[in-house]
Design a protein around this ligand. Structure first.
Ligand code: M6R
Length: 360
């Protein structure tokens, strides 16, 4: 039941601190409690997934490549099925799915099994088809997700990706860091969800952009899948055409779209290498009159350049580089929800969409 919340989507957004705790509790006490039989040696790790689950897999790519030095390919399940399958016994294929019933993901997993690859699942619904077919893996323990727009499944999947990276990593310092920092995320997320300043900024963003017909979402590194997820949330429940793009690709085409009406959401990293690069992209948008909304965890004092280019600015808490998608996605979820409601739409029942897509 929705309880005191107007919609399931809102309830599920607010459940996230508790849910991600459910994903990692029991695992951080002992990372080896994650039972995934992996090929030895492992040639590559392939994620097969759709929609939001694909975005979580993209975050997983950065984490596993960086911390476990294993090549990772996040595949759209619907494309993977129809390509030449080059997998074999030294590959691990992980199907990522909230429902565990998505037909494209199920078929991609089937293809991997036929090719003789090792398989696993990162799934929410216990006993679902994909969970049973995969035979091993991790459950999210997020509880039922009713809202068609996936919210808590995304943050629980990203949490599972952090655990997976730690499980696969040979670096004891990273493993210890994950065990130390993950428990810090739920209270930080809870604080953010109840941050009056953020909500006041979101009010202004909703007023400014509820009539928009287009929006761009840009980020680099792990902020890129967060940008994709923000754009997906906006289009599916608010019916505003939104494009997620790697910020560095903007100059290769999308910048032509920027005019004085275009909202451009930047997911801005505090990373020493990425920060200056993204700032340059922000300046490029600002010069063309684009209206910038910045979501960032940059450290204090906030560089004045960020303030200068941002019409709206939301700051989220920082814990570790690898936990940043968990916090940066929160305002993006809330903005999409609030715009849908402001337009008189029901975010729980977006047109043309079903909660789980059981046809190919
Ligand atoms: O149940 P799954 O995770 O396999 O579903 C995959 C997509 O259909 C799903 O994430 C979809 O994109 C959501 N509506 C996104 O909010």
């Amino acid at each position: 039941e929705k309880g005191s919340y107007a919609h399931f989507m809102l309830k599920e957004i607010y459940q996230q601190p508790k849910c991600i705790g459910q994903t990692f509790v029991g695992k951080i006490a002992n990372l080896d409690a994650i039972h995934i039989d992996i090929p030895n040696p492992m040639r590559q790790l392939v994620f097969v997934a759709c929609g939001t689950s694909h975005h979580a897999s993209m975050v997983g790519r950065y984490l596993v490549e960086q911390h476990a030095q294993i090549q990772v390919i996040p595949e759209y399940a619907s494309e993977f099925i129809y390509r030449t399958c080059l997998l074999g016994p030294s590959d691990l294929v992980i199907a990522v799915s909230q429902s565990g019933e998505t037909a494209d993901t199920r078929e991609a997993l089937h293809t991997a099994i036929r090719a003789g690859a090792k398989t696993a699942g990162i799934v929410n619904v216990v006993g679902s088809q994909i969970a049973r077919m995969a035979g091993q893996g991790m459950y999210l323990h997020a509880g039922p997700e009713i809202g068609v727009a996936s919210t808590k499944a995304f943050t629980c999947q990203v949490t599972a990706m952090i655990l997976l990276a730690a499980f696969l990593s040979k670096d004891p310092a990273f493993r210890a860091d994950v065990i130390r920092t993950l428990p810090m995320v739920p209270p930080a997320m809870d604080q953010l969800l109840h941050n009056g300043h953020m909500h006041a900024t979101i009010d202004r963003i909703v007023d400014a952009f509820k009539g928009a017909t287009n929006a761009l979402y840009l980020g680099r590194g792990m902020d890129y899948p967060v940008a994709l997820e923000g754009a997906l949330k906006l289009k599916e429940i608010s019916y505003i055409h939104a494009e997620g793009y790697p910020a560095g690709e903007m100059k290769h085409g999308p910048i032509a779209l920027v005019d004085t009406h275009m909202p451009v959401f930047f997911v801005l990293s505090r990373d020493a290498v990425l920060f200056p690069k993204v700032l340059i992209n922000m300046e490029e948008v600002r010069t063309r009159g684009g209206r910038i909304i910045t979501i960032t965890d940059v450290a204090d004092p906030l560089p004045t350049a960020v303030e200068r280019v941002s019409e709206f600015l939301i700051r989220v808490p920082y814990i570790a580089p690898y936990t940043s998608p968990l916090l940066k996605v929160i305002p993006l979820q809330l903005i999409s929800y609030r715009i849908a409601v402001a337009k008189g739409l029901n975010p729980d029942r977006p047109r043309n969409l079903a909660k789980s897509v059981t046809v190919e």
